[in-house]
Write a protein that binds this ligand. Structure first.
Ligand SMILES: Nc1ncnc2c1ncn2[C@@H]1O[C@H](COP(=O)(O)OP(=O)(O)OP(=O)(O)O)[C@@H](O)[C@H]1O
Ligand SMILES: [Mg+2]
Length: 222
C-alpha cells in the first residue's frame, strides 16, 4: 500500500551546510493497517510525512502509494496524486477561515477523484458529529470541533492512506481521545491505512503497532 525505499532529504542550515534530516532505507504499510510513529521534536517526522504526501520533493529514493510511484513526478502531478490517494490531518487543522464548515469539506473534495459532492460532504460532517454546524465558520467552533472538520475533510475523498501529524497536539485530554478514536474509526470504516506521528505517549498507547521514528530513520543516528 505504502512503500518507501532509500528516501532522503536534507536541508541547508542558515550557515550554508547540508543537514540530513530524513534517510529512511525502508518503510512499508499494508492496506488498511494502522500504525504510529514515535519521535521527539525536531527528529524529522513532519518532513517524512511531507515527503510521503509529496508536499516536499525528496532528494532521492522512492515513495509508492497504492502502486503509484510518487517520487520524480512534477509538483502538479504530485498534487493530483495526493488529492486522489491521501488524506492529511494537520496538528493545526489548516481550515480555510473564510469558508464555512461545509465549504471547507466541499473545497477539499473539488480536487479529488469524486469532485465537489455536497451531499457526501454533508454526510461526512454528520459522521463526525457536526451535522448541526455546517454553516458555521471555523472560528465559531471549539478546537475539538475544528479538528473534526479536518477529519471529515481528510476522509471525504475516500483516500487509501491517511497521514496524521500530531493530530491531538492542540487538544485537551478528553478531546484528544475523542479525535483519535474518530480518526481511527473513520479510517477503518473506509478501509484506509493510517500512519500517525506523535510524541504524546497517551496517543501512542492507543496503537497496537508503534515504531520509533529514530529506528527507521538512519539520519537520526548520523
Ligand atoms: N525548510 C527547512 N529548512 C531548513 N531546515 C528545516 C526545514 N524544515 C525542517 N527543517 C529542520 O528539519 C528538522 C526536522 O523538522 P520536522 O519539522 O520534520 O521535525 P518534527 O519531528 O516534525 O518535529 P515536531 O515534533 O516539533 O513537529 C528540524 O531540525 C528543522 O529545523
Ligand atoms: Mg512536526
Amino acid at each position: 500500500m505504502l512503500a518507501v525505499a532509500n528516501l532522503q532529504k536534507s536541508f541547508e542550515s542558515p550557515e550554508g551546510q547540508r543537514v540530513a534530516i530524513v534517510n529512511v532505507p525502508a518503510f512499508d504499510l499494508a492496506a488498511g493497517e494502522q500504525r504510529a510513529l514515535r519521535g521527539e521534536s525536531g527528529s524529522g517526522k513532519t518532513t517524512f510525512l511531507h515527503l510521503i504526501a509529496g508536499i516536499l520533493a525528496a532528494d532521492s529514493g522512492r515513495v509508492a502509494i497504492d502502486g503509484t510511484e510518487m517520487t520524480g513526478l512534477p509538483e502538479a502531478k504530485r498534487d493530483r496524486l495526493r488529492a486522489e490517494k491521501i488524506g492529511y490531518i494537520f496538528q493545526t487543522f489548516n481550515l480555510l477561515q473564510g469558508y464555512t464548515v461545509l465549504e471547507n469539506v466541499v473545497l477539499g473534495m473539488s480536487f479529488g477523484p469524486h469532485g465537489a459532492d455536497r451531499a457526501h460532504a454533508r454526510q461526512m460532517l454528520e459522521r463526525v458529529g457536526l451535522g448541526h454546524r455546517l454553516n458555521h465558520f471555523p472560528r465559531q467552533l471549539s478546537t475539538g470541533q475544528q479538528q473534526r472538520v479536518a477529519v471529515a475533510r481528510a476522509l471525504a475523498n475516500r483516500p487509501k492512506l491517511v497521514l496524521a501529524d500530531e493530530p491531538t497536539g492542540n487538544l485537551d485530554r478528553k478531546h484528544a481521545r475523542e479525535a483519535l478514536a474518530l480518526i481511527r474509526e473513520v479510517s477503518r470504516e473506509q478501509g484506509a491505512a493510517l500512519l500517525l506521528v506523535s510524541h504524546d505517549e497517551q496517543t501512542l498507547a492507543d496503537f497496537d503497532r508503534v515504531q520509533d521514528f529514530g529506528g527507521i530513520n538512519a539520519a537520526a543516528k548520523a
